[in-house]
Design a binder for this molecule. Sequence first.
Ligand code: NAP
Ligand code: ZN
Ligand code: ZN
Length: 353
Amino acid sequence: MTLQTHGYVTHSATSELVPFTFERRDPRHSDVVIDILYCGICHSDIHSARNEWGWTQYPFVPGHEIVGRVAAIGNQVSKFKVGDLVGVGCLVDSCRHCASCDDGLEQYCDNGFTGTYGGEDKIGGTPHKMTFGGYSDKITVEERFVLRVPENLDPAAAAPLLCAGITTYSPLQHWKVGPGQKVGIIGLGGLGHMGVKFAHAMGAYVVMITTSPKKGEDAKKLGADEVLLSKDADAMTEAQNSFDFLLNTIPVGHDVDPYMALLKRDATMVIVGAVEPLTKVSGIPFIFRRRAMAGSLIGGLPETQEMLDFCGKHNITCDIETIAIKGVNEAYDRTVKGDVKYRFVIDMATLKS
Ligand code: NAP
Ligand code: ZN
Ligand code: ZN
């Protein structure tokens, strides 16, 4: 038995997303079936739908910022009951026995995690070999990979926490960002606006580093203490050697040297955006002042739950524009242009109309 599911799909790198009917597996003993209420549009959905990273297989159903309510559970599910508000992020499976999985860092699984979309479906139970994402009305997920969403949060505005939220929360926690530190968040998009909110909530002095002068005022409303325009060469020079930490969300390869030069001695810049080659990386900013550059991938299940609970406690959600699913193609174009404040979220009830 399988669950008939309605969603949106793309069939090639140059096609638009269109309606699609496919099958999900019926719940096994430890599975949760979720009626999806909302799904955020992450820039990774766009990179993947358009095969910009070269690994996409079609048909492709994007979406890994999923919030919904539990519709059914398997007989061994212990953490959830029907009706619970839950979320699914970028992972739906991993090997569960390697050192990273043992540490709750499933995103770094030594045997490869299964992405919520476009991953090899190792569980099966449907005719498809690939996983299909959250631009759809329901999803079946093993309970280990399902998160509890605090009921006090607006479910639409909570959806992007499942990727944009954890991707920024995790490095800020890992590098121990906190009071007394000057922290720069580079790029004010879906990830960047959450980076500003989290760094502010963690007590840091936050600088929004943006290419867009118009976004400056917004950044202050989100919690930034200061705005630095990366296209203003004089301002960038003046800010050199002053940052304790930088979180870089720029979605494409770029020259990192001007950003590295902003770091103090021994400080780190973490790349989360650019999967492509960084176009220029000189050894000079590393060698002089012992600076470091690192990367970070989303977050494991325990830390994602910790982030959601942190958001529940501090009432943190994302700034969103809710759209009907038929507007998804236009939303993609607007996201690429940086024309969204600051995350599009699809209202999945609009799939029915
Ligand atoms: P987004 O909403 O499009 O935001 C990216 C922001 O970067 C833009 O709003 C813009 O901000 C800035 N930007 C864009 N192009 C730029 C350029 N050429 N030079 C300098 N700045 C530029 O994207 P997102 O959803 O936040 O995702 C950001 C990146 O992170 C994407 O590549 C996505 O695939 C990746 N990602 C990684 C992970 C992970 O686990 N590591 C997880 C999720 C997403 P300003 O207008 O303020 O300059
Ligand atoms: Zn994402
Ligand atoms: Zn593993």
